[in-house]
Design a binder for this molecule. Structure first.
Ligand code: SF4
Length: 162
């Protein structure tokens, strides 16, 4: 059945933010590995039980050990921990590793939760050109790189409820 939202959302039309190519439908995004989305104030990174088991396997630990060592309780549910960087007000995801040349690498990349996989195509970010533009102020990967067609964006957005 055709998606009833097709052609009707702001990113179905060219130049939604005034900052992308005027002839394009969809949105551009390619991660630059700056790490901004994996650091900052303490946050919430949720995961399903299946995702938790996949991360545990990647780490070579039991599910119980993964939960005890790498996650914490939050009002939203269990979250991956973040750690305060020495001498900084910023917090990093416990699985974020920074290389000497300044890149930020996810050490569980292939097992990362859907919340991380689907950024920046979250409902809260895609609400309007304004919310998309606001998120782009901290994510240099937005409005550049790969062009994602509207229907692909919708499928990605539907994977999580954020
Ligand atoms: S903020 Fe954007 S560009 Fe930077 S690591 Fe996160 S997704 Fe990639």
């Amino acid at each position: 059945m055709p998606d009833p939202r097709a052609e009707s959302e702001w990113f179905d039309r060219p130049d939604p933010t005034g900052e992308t190519d005027t002839a394009e439908r969809g949105l551009r995004f390619t991660c630059t590995q700056c790490g901004n989305c994996c650091s900052g104030p303490p946050g919430y990174v949720g995961f399903t039980p299946e995702e938790g088991r996949a991360i545990a396997r990647t780490l070579g630990v039991t599910e119980t050990e993964f939960l005890e060592r790498f996650t914490r309780d939050t009002p939203e549910g269990r979250s991956i921990k973040d750690l305060r960087k020495a001498g900084s007000r910023s917090w990093d995801c416990v699985f974020l590793d920074r290389t000497p040349d300044g890149r930020a690498l996810c050490t569980i990349y292939d097992a990362r939760p859907a919340q991380c996989r689907t950024w920046p195509f979250w409902s809260s970010v895609l609400l309007s050109p304004r919310t998309w533009k606001g998120a782009g102020t901290t994510c240099p990967g937005m409005n550049t790189g790969t062009l994602h067609p509207p229907q692909t964006i919708r499928v990605t957005r539907d994977r999580v409820d954020i």
